[in-house]
Write a protein that binds this ligand. Structure first.
Ligand SMILES: Nc1ncnc2c1ncn2[C@@H]1O[C@H](COP(=O)(O)OP(=O)(O)O)[C@@H](O)[C@H]1O
Ligand SMILES: [Mg+2]
Length: 241
């Protein structure tokens, strides 16, 4: 029986056959605004609230204050409290660039990971993280080392990835192969807003539902609907070809 780490998002855990495979790294890809950071917030928040598991949020895009405001706007009211008492540790850009060079900051982070007994980690975003490396080979080597350290320390990890192209013109990169799971968050425009979907394309060692499921973002965060509806790149208002 494969051990899983539940996201605490009901519909998503069902699709995942229980949750994300424990000690694995999953890439969460999508266009800007697709809900990647919200999924990460929710993963860590539910981790503490429902499962008593501590988490780390490495945030290269938003600072700690932005994250807290986003969390509170979604009804994750105890976010600030969890950060204060150490159940959630936020490393934002400022924190990550405090040392003279990035690798010293990473060493501090790795010490923290090894000491503190965290269960969940978020890297938001991988694209920004990768900017700190000089070249492809350095980036690749570090990424391999990093995912290895995370898994050795029994961390279940989500890494977000900005997608340049609009789904389904998915770019498959090294990141997709290096990670154990691939989740896509998809948004398609409609006249009144967007339709949102989640697609779990891969989860090593797990029998997952590979359909595309509709989801929404509202108070309470991401909610995934159980019925795999016909996925369409067209808005419902348009007539089918
Ligand atoms: N409190 C909220 N209530 C409803 N929708 C929200 C709320 N906060 C954010 N959203 C929606 O989620 C989107 C941002 O999601 P986010 O996870 O930050 O995207 P990204 O994939 O770029 O990280 C916003 O564009 C907005 O549509
Ligand atoms: Mg984001």
């Amino acid at each position: 029986m494969i051990e899983t780490t539940a996201t605490g998002i009901d519909g998503l855990d069902d699709i995942l056959n229980g949750g994300i495979v424990k000690n694995s790294t999953t890439l969460v890809s999508g266009n800007p605004g697709a809900g990647k950071s919200i999924l990460c917030l929710q993963f860590l928040y539910n981790g503490v609230k429902e499962f008593g598991e501590k988490g780390i949020y490495l945030s290269f895009e938003e600072d700690a204050q932005d994250l807290e405001e986003a969390a509170v706007s979604l009804g994750f009211d105890e976010w600030g409290e969890y950060v204060e008492n150490g159940d959630i540790k936020v490393y934002d850009k400022q924190e990550l660039l405090r040392e003279n060079d990035f690798s010293s900051s990473l060493d501090l982070l790795l010490d923290d990971i090894e000491d503190a007994g965290y269960d969940r980690l978020v890297l938001d975003s991988l694209a920004m993280f990768e900017l700190f490396f000089e070249n492809e080979s350095e980036k690749r080597t570090y990424l391999l080392k990093f995912t290895d350290i995370l898994s050795q320390n029994e961390l279940t990890t989500l890494m977000t990835n900005e997608q340049g192209a609009v789904f389904p013109d998915t770019e498959i990169g090294l990141e997709n192969y290096l990670t154990d799971g691939n989740i896509y968050l998809i948004q398609t425009p409609t006249e009144s807003g967007v339709n949102r979907y989640v697609w779990v394309a891969k989860m090593r060692k797990q029998n997952i539902e590979t359909d595309i499921f509709p989801m929404e973002i509202a108070e309470g965060g991401i909610r995934v609907h159980q019925n795999a509806s016909a996925f369409s790149m067209m808005s419902e208002d348009e007539s089918p070809i």
